[in-house]
Design a protein around this ligand. Structure first.
Ligand SMILES: [Zn+2]
Ligand SMILES: [Zn+2]
Length: 136
């Protein structure tokens, strides 16, 4: 069992009705975060280059700009855009919640089960050299 995932959390995760009272995925692909129970849209219809741009803003802690950019390219409301931006993984890649190292491309942190959107891992961009050591 992941380190931070308590039996209480697992039990809470079984009932996701409150999540769906707060968020409406409108039929789109999504995942409910086992850690904080926010609903995260995968938004794979947004071009990879734009998702990477949003991820870079988030990793530079420009949360407001990342949220604005996401809202400009999707129909996300403020709460949804905030939840999505918050769950973009940190450079490394590392977990946005507990900073544990992540497998490239994995959606769930192995340590805390927080959802991590691998938006910075866009295949159509050359990796930025400065980002390799950003987790130190
Ligand atoms: Zn979460
Ligand atoms: Zn984590």
């Amino acid at each position: 069992m992941p380190r931070h995932l308590t039996p209480r959390l697992i039990e809470a995760y079984a009932d996701q009705s409150s999540t769906y009272q707060t968020f409406d995925p409108k039929g789109r692909m999504h995942i409910v975060c086992p850690q904080c129970r926010a609903l995260i849209l995968l938004l794979e219809d947004i071009p990879a280059a734009i998702r990477t741009e949003i991820a870079r803003l988030r990793q530079d802690v420009q949360m407001i700009n990342a949220i604005k950019r996401l809202r400009a390219v999707s129909d996300c409301g403020l709460a949804q855009a905030k939840a999505n931006v918050q769950h973009i993984c940190l450079a490394g890649p590392a977990c946005n919640k507990c900073a544990a190292p992540l497998q490239s491309g994995s959606l769930l942190c192995p340590a805390c089960f927080s959802v991590n959107l691998p938006w910075a891992d866009s295949p159509d961009l050359v990796p930025t050299p400065g980002h390799r050591n950003a987790s130190t």
